[in-house]
Design a protein around this ligand. Sequence first.
Ligand SMILES: Nc1ncnc2c1ncn2[C@@H]1O[C@H](COP(=O)(O)OP(=O)(O)OP(=O)(O)O)[C@@H](O)[C@H]1O
Ligand SMILES: [Mg+2]
Length: 251
Amino acid sequence: MSDTQLLKVDNLSKSFGGVRALHHVSFDLKPGELLGVIGPNGSGKTTLVNLITRFVKPTSGTVWFKGKKISHLPPYKIVRLGVARTFQMVKPFYNLPAFKNMIISLYSPRMKQLAGGRYGDRDAVALDLLEEVGFERDAHVAYKLAGALPQGYLKRLELAKAIALEPDLFILDELFSGLSLAEVASIVPIIEKMRIAGKAIIMIEHRLKELFRIADRVIVMNYGEKIADGTSKDVMESEAVKSAYLGTEAD
Ligand SMILES: Nc1ncnc2c1ncn2[C@@H]1O[C@H](COP(=O)(O)OP(=O)(O)OP(=O)(O)O)[C@@H](O)[C@H]1O
Ligand SMILES: [Mg+2]
């Protein structure tokens, strides 16, 4: 892979029994690039994330990150190299306060590596990170049980857990789903801040208007295959995309 690539996905495929969830998908990502991934329900978007982060083993194909082959590594080693993801279905520890949910990231091998053994007060770090993603410190939202928080805060908690890992690549699987327009509008500046810090981002989204506005490039999935790859404008104007997706989902 060339020096200008951060991530290279090469011919990635996954079958679950007879279901062809992903079929020969390839693409590259440059450092600092924001790549959108769209496609109808069941088109393979989450499977793609699961294969890159190795939550699921590919049937065939290779993934490279920073010039290293990662498709045979366990997830924690991929995190350690600088890839962090959020989950489409959030599953926090509902019986713990929100800030205690941050221990997953703050006690991870990645954090051990970053902190070099000098952790400081991790509760304080958790509270700072949560404030960064919109947990109002004055209202003590971070101390509430995760189970008592609305979806908007749970999605922010997901994002804070990823930010804590200081990755070079964020993979955000439908971060905006289930959120109001106002909530989405309040999260976009956090994503823009991540970009200013030079982070590469892959955003799986059904919220096309918001995505097209911030993405450098968009790839379109349909029945496990990549059917388009281009700028937001190219993708919006593509006939293949309109018939596969936009006509039914973008209203
Ligand atoms: N663990 C699994 N076992 C069996 N089939 C699976 C598994 N994971 C995904 N699939 C199937 O693979 C296909 C792709 O699913 P995937 O979740 O990747 O789609 P998606 O594009 O993320 O959909 P959505 O927009 O609804 O989140 C679907 O047909 C799904 O049922
Ligand atoms: Mg999905």
